[in-house]
Design a protein around this ligand. Structure first.
Ligand SMILES: Nc1ncnc2c1ncn2[C@@H]1O[C@H](COP(=O)(O)OP(=O)(O)OP(=O)(O)O)[C@@H](O)[C@H]1O
Length: 224
């Protein structure tokens, strides 16, 4: 599935005053293609999370369109968007997003559309080096283990599009490599993969590189 976003504009009202708006995403155009890893680098606060939230159907922009092939996402109703997202999109958010009273496997399967794809959950748990912690409650896990569990949860439905927001933020070098390799493998299997990060080591796994600065997106001049 190809994502074609055009003229995206997001701004927020400061202190509830209409004449006091700050622009976060400024006339951004981007095309995301299947089978490739697209990496968007940018400083903290440059608008990366906001942009992928728009691309993933989580935040309607004030202006612009997001097309998934010929589906104009924000022209659809909320039920359609929600169903579309759960069938097609895996989103790895920043921060802690798991239910603390469930085990790793239960958290992963909670997101599973096909009911109970236990084998796929096991496969991801092993790939992400979580086998020894499988029966732990998520409240008993380290930051890096929680992060890897959130990645497995985002991949359980074999999504054709994956958005990863700082997926290696709290991981050591070995686990960073495992996660980037896994995302690259998803792209090799045909998914469109988008990673936003500060982690320059992501460059080694990227097919297409963008830089975001102050809400403006540009293809990197260190293009591969
Ligand atoms: N709901 C909101 N209301 C007002 N401002 C917001 C809101 N959400 C985000 N912002 C602002 O928009 C800017 C971009 O935020 P965003 O989270 O997209 O940046 P980022 O590049 O992902 O940063 P980080 O790398 O730190 O996650 C920030 O200055 C942030 O404070």
């Amino acid at each position: 599935m190809t994502i074609d976003a055009k003229n995206i504009l997001v701004s927020y009202t400061k202190n509830g005053k209409k004449d006091n708006t700050i622009s976060i995403i400024n006339s951004v155009d981007i095309t995301i293609v299947p089978g490739k890893v697209t990496v968007i680098f940018g400083r903290s606060g440059s608008g990366k999370t906001t942009l992928i939230s728009v691309l993933a159907g989580l935040l309607k922009p004030q202006e612009g369109s997001v097309l998934y092939d010929d589906i104009d996402l924000y022209q659809q109703n909320d039920d359609f968007i929600s169903d579309f997202r759960s069938k097609n999109i895996g989103f790895i958010p920043q921060g802690q997003s798991l239910l603390s009273n469930l085990t790793i496997k239960e958290n992963i399967l909670l997101a599973n559309n096909n009911g109970n794809d236990s084998d796929r959950a096991e496969e991801l748990i092993e790939l992400l080096g979580l086998s020894e912690r499988e029966e732990y409650l998520s409240s008993q896990l380290s930051g890096g283990e929680l992060r890897r569990c959130a990645i497995a949860r985002a991949l359980i439905n074999q999504p054709s599009v994956v958005f990863a927001d700082e997926p290696t933020g709290d991981l050591d070098d070995d686990n960073t490599q495992i996660v980037f390799e896994l995302l690259r493998q998803k792209a090799k299997d045909g998914a469109a993969v988008v990673i936003v990060t500060h982690d320059e080591s992501a460059y080694n796994y990227a097919d297409i590189v963008y830089r975001m600065d102050g809400g403006v997106l540009a293809l990197s001049d260190t293009q591969k």
